[in-house]
Design a protein around this ligand. Structure first.
Ligand SMILES: *Cc1c(COP(=O)(O)O)cnc(C)c1O
Length: 656
């Protein structure tokens, strides 16, 4: 066996990447390709020649481009630390406009005689600022709200001052919920009670009588179609929500008996969020149209068909029916719905109903970006291969070195398998005292050298096994980001949701390191190790070396839907700072709102600590420490100062 001159292959690999980037000259366009920004950016985000990510909230053609890096620096100059959730108000308006304009176009072109009315399901982002902005931007389109609980209904009623817009009440309703909705109806709002259970009807009719208002009723139906995706359980016959056919018949009979069939004016269904396949959307529309038709035949007034949510966001930009993507555009979604309803209604001579959709995700996802700085990087610690290997049982180290030298395009799978074998042998030998700590360390370094070499060879091959594709994960650097996954990106943890992530500056420099991202909770689940890629999600992301004199900022995009209120206080990291900007036509922008995140005292009080009592205990203990001679009076003062500053500080990593 020949022993090769040793060198650090970690550096070699980086040099190689640098070499490669020299060959194909690095450019901002290549960065855009690498991170897929043109694919998932939906025209709102782009890579600028300056090397920064820019937002184009007024449309790409408008020419207004604002650097996210400038915004991040501006936020810090204002004294707000990273992480920051940045909201770009205009994008919310643009998305509502996009939905309404597209439905209008489809309605005109299909000679549809009904209209389109959107509602925003408050559960998707309940923040006051979001709901207020939607009411504001949505006014001219008569965009309403969907509420699934009492607090959501209260938020909706107080924000919605538009009597042309719809207010849809889903969810289980008690007397208070019903009274609130009936009072809204009495004030002239178009408030629909969607029946989730037949039992709700009696109480609604009874309370309506008392309050003296005619209720608008809808039925939530269980469809048999089950959409693909994370939320497939929301649909199908086993879904826990909605009425089955015989329950619907019961409701109709009761209304007939009470002579109130004219109140039944809406059919609703929701087969799940983020429906990746347009076929499922079409099937749902067809099935619901048949039910609608039958309800009309029964004598119900009807007039509205509410298709729920489901309009997906292409998080990975692949335009496929993958979970984090969708194989259709907003155009196809709107045209398919309008044309399908129109053709079914035409056949049975039923007037075209008002179409309602409850798009939440698609309305708000693009509007927020999570910005954070990188605190540190740990590289795979790797020593050069020693010139002399110590003798080991079963020649373990010599065998590993031999494997290392053998790695070639033809033998990578074999070398990979051998390495796994030696890896477990090393563990066994160590366990039984046949391998020393130092010998095991050499073994582990050798294993990493082999993996790096395999990965380098695999890059040049077209077909490699899944295991080898995942090898990058074993040798990736870890970038520690100043954020908490559990607080700010709960779906990454809960359902492996993919979000686009990329540096927001330095795109004109070639990134040279393969990395995964860890948050600061130090929880092994607090990491991001799947990134948008096609055909498979990537296990690592390519990032830049940190510079001593400059912060490195990353952005997680499309985080406006579902992330804020699902987040939890894991490790007691609280709400992040939030900043909203409004972009003006002339390209200037204003910081319209700043909301400070939680302080340490805030999060402690959420978990029921009494902050005053904590301070008192600390004072008493410090006093006791003086008495027993551990500290001086002066030291006590410094200790208490630092304790109090700690309590009022941000829960995330602050700069001095
Ligand atoms: C969650 C939910 C929605 C929102 O769905 P999106 O896919 O986010 O648009 C709409 N309607 C109901 C009843 C829901 O439960």
């Amino acid at each position: 066996m020949t022993r090769r001159k040793s060198s650090c292959f970690c550096c070699f690999k980086r040099d190689l990447l640098k070499e490669k980037s020299k060959i194909k000259k690095w450019s901002v366009d290549r960065a855009a390709d690498l991170y897929g920004i043109d694919k998932w950016g939906a025209g709102y985000f782009a890579a600028d020649d300056s090397g920064d990510v820019v937002i184009t909230p007024l449309g790409e053609s408008n020419g207004v481009r604002i650097s996210l890096h400038e915004i991040a620096k501006g936020v810090e100059e204002r004294g707000l630390d990273m992480p920051v959730l940045l909201r770009i108000e205009n994008i919310l308006g643009s998305q509502i406009k996009r939905l309404h304009d597209t439905f209008s176009k489809a309605i005109d072109e299909s000679e549809y005689t009904g209209e389109y009315k959107g509602v925003f399901p408050i559960k998707v982002n309940q923040q006051e600022q979001v709901v207020e902005a939607i009411a504001e931007f949505g006014r001219k389109y008569n965009h309403g709200f969907e509420a699934g609980s009492k607090p959501e209904l209260i938020a909706a009623i107080s924000m919605l001052d538009n009597r042309e817009a719809c207010l849809i009440c889903n969810g289980y309703k008690d007397e208070e919920f019903i009274d609130l909705g009936l009072y809204a109806a009495k004030m002239g709002l178009q408030c629909f009670f969607v029946l989730e259970m037949p039992g709700e009807l009696d109480m609604i009719l009874e309370r309506a009588q008392v309050i003296g208002v005619r209720p608008l009723l809808g039925l939530r139906m269980k469809l048999s179609v089950k959409a693909e995706g994370h939320w497939s359980e929301s649909g199908g016959e086993t879904s826990v929500f909605g009425l089955n056919m015989s329950q619907a018949v019961d409701v109709v009979d009761l209304l007939k008996k009470e002579n109130k069939l004219d109140c039944l004016q809406l059919l609703h269904y929701h087969i799940g969020s983020q429906i990746p396949n347009i076929q499922d959307i079409r099937t749902g529309v067809m099935e619901s149209c048949r039910i609608y038709e039958e309800l009309v035949k029964e004598g119900a007034a009807m007039g509205h068909i509410d298709l729920g949510g489901g309009l997906a966001v292409d998080y990975d930009g692949s335009k496929t029916n993958y979970l984090s993507s969708c194989n259709y555009s907003v155009e196809e979604y709107c045209y398919d719905i309008v044309e399908t309803i129109s053709s079914i209604m035409n056949k049975s001579n039923i007037p075209h109903p008002t179409i309602i959709t409850e798009s939440g995700r698609a309305t708000v996802a693009y509007y927020s970006v999570l910005l954070f700085n990188v605190l540190d990087v740990t590289s795979v610690t790797l020593h050069p291969i020693p010139k002399e290997l110590p003798a080991t049982t079963y020649d373990l180290l010599d065998n590993l070195l031999a494997t290392y030298t053998m790695v070639s395009p033809k033998s990578i799978q074999e070398c990979y398998n051998d390495t796994l074998y030696y890896k477990s042998q090393a563990q066994q030998l160590f366990k039984h005292g046949h391998l020393s700590l130092r010998q095991r360390a050499i073994a582990e370094d050798l294993i990493k050298h082999i993996f790096i070499k395999i990965s380098r060879v695999a890059e040049e091959l077209e077909h490699v096994s899944r295991e080898i594709k995942e090898i990058d994960k074993l040798i990736a650097d870890v970038y520690y980001g100043n954020f908490s996954l559990f607080q700010s990106l709960p779906d990454v943890w809960a359902i492996n949701q993919l979000f686009p992530i990329m540096p927001i500056h330095r795109l004109d420099e070639a990134p040279t390191r393969e990395a995964i991202i860890a948050d600061i909770t130090c929880d092994c689940d607090g990491r991001i190790d799947a990134f948008p890629g096609y055909p498979d999600a990537k296990k690592t992301i390519r990032l830049h070396n940190l510079k001593d004199d400059e912060e490195y900022y990353l952005g997680v995009f499309l985080v406006g839907a579902y992330q804020e209120t699902l987040g939890d206080l894991h490790n007691l990291f609280g709400d992040t700072n939030v900043v909203s900007i409004h972009v003006n036509e002339d390209g200037s922008y204003d910081f319209v709102r700043e909301i400070e995140g939680d302080s340490v005292a805030d999060v402690l009080s959420y978990v029921e600590y009494d902050v005053k009592a904590l301070k008192k205990r600390m004072k008493d203990f410090a006093e006791d420490s003086i008495r027993k001679g551990f500290i001086t009076v002066k030291e006590r003062k410094a200790i208490l100062k630092s304790f109090n500053e700690g309590l009022s500080g941000y829960t995330y990593f602050e700069k001095e």
